[in-house]
Design a protein. Sequence first.
Length: 364
Amino acid sequence: MNNKNKNEIIRKKILLVMLVIAISLLHYGIDRSHLHYHPYYSEFYYLPIVLAGLWFGLRGALTVSAAITVCYLPYVFRHWQGGSPYDFDKLVSVGLYNGLAVLVGILRNREMAASERLLQARHLASVGRSLAAVAHDMKTPLVVIGGLTRRVWEKMAADDPAREKLALVIREATRMEEMTKDMLDFSRPLNLHRTYADINKTVRDSLALVADAAKKKKVRIVPELCEGLPNIYFDAMRMVQVIVNLILNAVQASPAGGTVTVRTDRVGENVIVEVIDRGCGIREDQRGRIFDPFFTTKKEGTGLGLPIVRKIVDAHGWTMEILNNRDQGVVSRIMLTVDEEGLPAEPSEEQPPDSREEAGPTHS
């Protein structure tokens, strides 16, 4: 926030304070012979409440309404007339002040949240177009570099001192190819191929794909799958991509000998999928950026893993949260909606593999 915005906020706060004080002085300056002016003065309190709601949302509106209540109630009791309709009218006014603050604040917060989502969507669309252009230009040269380097490396003698250097070139070219793939995945529109499927089977398929990575890191993966869950209408291949990425993130964040829990459960009318680790967690100053493209805390990450995961989840119309684990680490939770036609999953015969290209993990 720059100095200009800070000064503007300070001016708005000073104006609200002055309005509340000025209106309160009008009330307390009235003698008993002019109490008939009170109903007009009490209406003035609505102005700072509305302004606070429009400028600062729910918190600002409630703060001003609370200040007005504190300023106004002594006046009410000072001119109390034994519970007359006049007294009742003043108490109702206090309730209306706070009710208006809640209403205006909530509406303003919703409007600001919608504007933020729209701005983020436009930003992501712009980033996606840029990524697509860059990725397409990078893809062919990287494939050529990697392919030719591998052919030269294979023909070199095992004791050739340049062999290790070429191996480094191959590794870096492979990493750049994976980054290019992530960029293309992020920039392309998603075409979901949904079918009714068992989410537990999808989780088991994902666990098989990450078993080697977990074994290499010496991290144990513990599945806690709730049986009898209804079939869900989703793209199984894309969901594998989501779960694999979340598990890999959890494995990479866990210390050697740690445990990653993958859980499914029924919560009301929905099904949740959780990936729980006990790693170092996410710092508060980083929490708001974890879904930003290219933001990563890992040396070899591309910063596109979680944005792609979020994109797939949003395309299904689901919700996703990254929460702090009560003990230590992070809980990645996806809330899946259950279609009315979903039936309890039953063991099914092995189906032929999907003809589409397998959606592999990305590196966040």
